[in-house]
Design a binder for this molecule. Sequence first.
Ligand SMILES: *Cc1c(COP(=O)(O)O)cnc(C)c1O
Length: 396
Amino acid sequence: MREALLPVYAPPEEIFTRGEGVRLFTEDGTAYLDFIAGIAVNALGHAHPAMIDALTEQAGKLWHTSNMFRVPAGEELSEKYCANTFADQVFFTNSGTEAIECALKTARKYHWANGEPERQEILTFTGAFHGRSFAAINAGGNPNYLEGFGEPMAGFKQLQFGDHEAFKAAISKETCAVLIEPVQGEGGVRDLPEKCLIGIRELCNETGTMLIYDEVQCGAGRTGKLFAHQWCDGKADPDIMAVAKGVGGGFPLGACLVTEEAGKGMRVGSHGSTYGGNPLAMAVGNAVFDEMTKPGFMDEVNRVAGTLKQGLASLADRHPEIVEEVRGKGLLIGLKLKVPPKPVQGLARAKKLLTGVAGDNVLRLAPPLVITDADVREAIAVLDECLAEAKASESS
Ligand SMILES: *Cc1c(COP(=O)(O)O)cnc(C)c1O
């Protein structure tokens, strides 16, 4: 029956009908270990009781009023985000793309409010992924995603990821904003060193440029801090940040976080969303936030991430013909392979381990944040077999 779907995806045959913790089950009860979590979305795993309670309780009360009316749970969640980040204000969305859209518009509007409407150029980086709207594909710059969709949109300039000299040459008092993922997801699970983020922050300060982080994938506890840039201890805070994926834990939810200064151009009527921040999304968003900020939660993420990293490093040692290096941060991590990653992903799926792939030949892992050491051992053992099989088929 797939024929009636626009064929922009090519999923495998498995159909999952149930999830529990870090496992997904097909109709016949076959269990799969989920190390991709709907692309870094199911941060608390599947069917987490706190999320089920929040959603079902809200579902019996009120689903939607639109932002014509106050949504108290949204006011509550925005205060929680602000109390735990650089931000002073929040706009809720249904997706990462919409959070990016709000971020880009907020940056342009900031300069407009300052009487500098000509400051429109937004600097982005190779390997970036920011979503699939017109603005987002132009920001991302991936030629595959732009092909056939008409003239490139003006106002975006792409620089080499990690090339600080090129960045220094490109940024000026005419630049509108810099948009960057502190850890690139789709582009190949590439972690930008903290000193680079700090350097970018400093040049943005010198030129009055808005610094926008896309933490749609690397945020929500994925790197072992609530947000990845927080590893810089306040030395590289953004002006604007887009988040999504894990913050809803599986319910469609995103947010654009801003400082009061950065948001000063956004007034009644500047932006909007019918669904964004509706009562169902806010109920779940609060539940996810409360779980993630429980004492000890992030310590455990960091501990198990260390175990996973060690396991992957041992795979890299054991399979040097196939594995180039371990990439990423926390539980957004991957193996850069010397062979295409899709066949390895397929071998793993046949052994009931679900993984992802990313650009630059990377096998990507983004498991639920609640995995245990036993889950890690199981995944590493499966990957060990898969890499051995991939090596055998390479040499045959
Ligand atoms: C997934 C992703 C997006 C887009 O989010 P959607 O919810 O798919 O619209 C944007 N930026 C990054 C870094 C992402 O990983």
